[in-house]
Design a protein around this ligand. Structure first.
Ligand SMILES: NC(=O)c1ccc[n+]([C@@H]2O[C@H](COP(=O)([O-])OP(=O)(O)OC[C@H]3O[C@@H](n4cnc5c(N)ncnc54)[C@H](OP(=O)(O)O)[C@@H]3O)[C@@H](O)[C@H]2O)c1
Length: 317
């Protein structure tokens, strides 16, 4: 099939594009041409790249038509962040594509209630990003169910892989936390370190897109989480990371407000977002409907990323 990927040169696309080519699809990647995949792959030589700036072209009202004109059987939209943007694209593609796959986020859920959280729970997102992504999901599913628009939604957790810094055991993306654990320095965690994070290897996200694409009759009109099958407590995560460097984690615990004062405003904000969500999403639906099981645990996904950070000199053991 002819598959158009919007935003395919980032975390997910690094793995998704080679998988699509490997499965025999004709692939068109639409991006601004600024980013390179994190890991090079020969498959890119067989990809057609269309340079387009979605933001600029949406402002002119021409982006949807531009994508429709690429005549894809399938469109995979990895970079949609507003309902208006989703609506304009769906308007342009209705009746023209066999399958439309949108990348959402587990942030469509608010703070975890009964875990593992399933895809069918009532949405209670907070924060602009999660609220907007939930509105996109609602819009696409409504269209799928009422008008037969062939939409599937994949909701990744904290996307992780070699080439970028994973969400760390303090719930932010400052590589210094990995460094401190690697050298045996004391690391302060917020509260009791019992809040959770839930990573997913970028290749498992790519695999879920492939599995959904292979089963349109079961995946259309549905949302699927894409996370490692279990979540990690910050404390357990910190202990595991220290263990990779042959150390026992030296942890201290501070009440939230005190802890926040020890880090930058930016790190504090990212950590707060992760703590308040404390995600623990279920992967049961993807297994039941698509036969999909993630290949990486959270720790396996993170360890691959950390190994690369060591190799790149970001972390010095
Ligand atoms: N990162 C996470 O942990 C995480 C977690 C949950 C959900 N998500 C979801 O994952 C999706 C993002 O996927 P990703 O992490 O693989 O993306 P990414 O690594 O941020 O890559 C973004 C891709 O989009 C292209 N792009 C960015 N701005 C563009 C524009 N204005 N016009 C055209 N192309 C543009 C980039 O290439 P150029 O720069 O060359 O244009 C690149 O190919 C989002 O829907 C996000 O909500 C991410």
């Amino acid at each position: 099939m002819r598959v158009v990927v919007i935003g395919g040169s980032g975390h997910i696309g690094t793995y998704l594009i080679p998988r699509l080519i490997g499965a025999g699809h004709e692939v068109i990647n639409v991006s601004r041409g600024q980013r390179e995949p994190y890991t090079p792959h020969g498959a890119w030589q067989r990809v057609t790249t269309v340079v387009a700036d979605r933001t600029a072209e949406e402002a002119d009202g021409g982006f949807g038509q531009r994508i429709a004109d690429l005549d894809g059987d399938v469109v995979i939209d990895l970079i949609c962040f507003t309902e208006d943007s989703a609506k304009a694209l769906a308007d342009a593609l209705a009746g023209r594509v066999r399958h439309f796959l949108h990348c959402g986020t587990i942030w469509v859920h608010g703070p975890s209630v009964q875990v593992p959280t399933t895809e069918d729970v009532k949405r209670a997102p907070f924060g602009e990003y999660g609220v907007r992504k939930a509105a996109i999901e609602a819009h696409l599913l409504e269209r799928a169910h009422r008008e037969g628009f062939p939409a599937t939604i994949v909701h990744p957790g904290h996307i992780t892989g070699p080439g970028w810094v994973p969400v760390n055991p303090a719930g932010n993306v400052n590589p210094e936390v990995f460094q401190q654990l690697a050298e045996g320095s004391e690391v302060a965690l917020p509260n009791l370190g019992m809040e959770t994070v839930q990573h997913v290897h970028a290749d498992d996200v790519a695999r879920l897109f492939m599995d959904a694409l292979a089963s349109p009759s079961t995946s259309i009109g549905e949302s699927f989480h894409s996370v490692a099958t279990t979540a990690l407590t910050l404390r357990g995560y910190a202990e595991a990371v220290a263990g990779w460097f042959g150390r026992d984690a030296r942890l201290s615990f501070l009440p939230w407000e005190e802890w926040r004062a020890t880090v930058s405003e930016f790190d504090g904000r990212i950590t707060y977002d992760h703590l308040l969500h404390s995600p623990h999403c279920s992967m049961e639906k993807a297994e039941r409907l698509l036969g999909h099981r993630p290949r990486h645990t959270s720790l396996e996904a993170v360890s691959e990323a950390v190994e690369r950070l060591v190799r790149d000199g970001v972390i010095t053991p």
